[in-house]
Design a protein around this ligand. Structure first.
Ligand SMILES: [Zn+2]
Length: 326
């Protein structure tokens, strides 16, 4: 069992925007989108003793990202991750007390309707990914060796998706582990049509699908393990540089997963790169310093518009439009 404590009450940072890495200082704090000023005391998860038990544990912790099939080691348990996401969501609700839109407000209904549509598509995709029968441990080892491990999707089971729209002057949106989605009302002023909103939502949900927060947390811990060998300022520098690098990669992966989810939800994927271009221009116009953690809008749009990627999304889209279910 891993315990996770904050050694002191930390300022809450903003829920992040896909447009910007600018945090709303001293307001919110995301457990996994880390900031160099945060400190944790962590008791490592108990590693089972015995070779077979240890091997099994390691295999269980080695997960495959749905859609991209990238493998990586993930330390936090699903329940731990969900609990932290729930806590953060509650903190946001508390921080915005009196400044949240009622669930019957048209903007809230609109976002909820889009989220429902995307979650419905996600659930269908996840169902297709699941093996028809349970895979034995030995077979799992074999599949791993030949790089055919099935995607890890248990963290998406039974999520209670919730949507919160807050009155906030900056464009911002985020999704927390456990299925908690938050968006600022300013979002609608700049990215007002359903397609743009859906693009943002799919991207944020893609971070949850890929467990990016838990992965960053795991990798940060591995750097912190070097703490006894290096001094604090060197560790802090490495953590910052490492997190920026990995965040940029995660953004691209979330863009790709989001694109496929858009297609699966019946949105024309050919329009998605245009939204990322618009996001990039928006950041430039506002002089938002995103380059450390986010690739430019043009780069993201170009990556998604690659023929191989777009064709993959288009096949899904055309099947959905034709009412064809695999
Ligand atoms: Zn993102």
């Amino acid at each position: 069992m891993m315990l996770f404590h904050r050694s002191k009450k930390l300022p809450l940072s903003a829920f992040s925007s896909i447009f910007s890495n600018v945090k709303i200082k001293n307001k919110f704090h995301n457990p996994f989108i880390s900031e160099s000023t945060r400190f944790y005391s962590v008791e490592p998860e108990e590693i089972p003793s015995g070779f077979i038990a240890g091997l099994k544990w390691k295999f269980e912790k080695h997960e495959t990202v749905p859609f991209t099939n990238r493998t990586r080691f993930i330390l936090p348990t699903i329940s731990f991750e969900r609990n932290r996401g729930q806590e953060e969501f509650e903190e946001i609700k508390k921080g915005f007390e009196g400044r949240t839109l009622d669930s019957t407000h048209p903007d809230c209904v609109r976002v909820s309707t889009i989220v429902d549509k995307i979650i419905d598509a996600l659930n269908k995709e996840v169902k297709k990914m699941r093996p028809a029968e349970e895979i034995t441990f030995l077979r799992r080892i074999w599949l791993r060796l030949i790089r055919r491990s099935p995607p890890s999707t248990a963290h998406l089971d039974g999520l209670n998706w919730e949507v919160l729209v807050v009155r906030y002057p900056d464009v911002a949106c985020d999704c927390y582990p456990g299925g908690k989605f938050v968006m600022s009302n300013a979002f609608f002023e700049h990215f007002g049509n359903d397609f743009e909103i859906a693009t943002c939502i799919t991207h944020e949900i893609a971070h949850i699908v890929a467990r990016h927060g838990a992965e960053r947390f795991t990798k940060t811990l591995s750097i912190m393990a070097l703490q006894s060998l290096l001094n604090q300022s060197v560790i802090t520098y490495f953590i910052k540089a490492f997190q920026e690098r990995i965040t940029r990669r995660h953004e691209m992966e979330a863009d790709y997963i989001g694109l496929l989810l858009m297609a699966s939800a019946g949105y024309d994927p050919r329009m998605v790169p245009k939204v990322y271009e618009k996001m990039g221009k928006f950041d430039e116009a506002k002089s938002v310093p995103t380059s450390a953690t986010h690739p430019s809008g043009a780069k993201r749009a170009k990556a998604l518009a690659q023929p191989k990627i777009m064709e993959e999304a288009l096949i899904i889209y055309k099947n959905v439009k034709a009412g064809f279910v695999v």
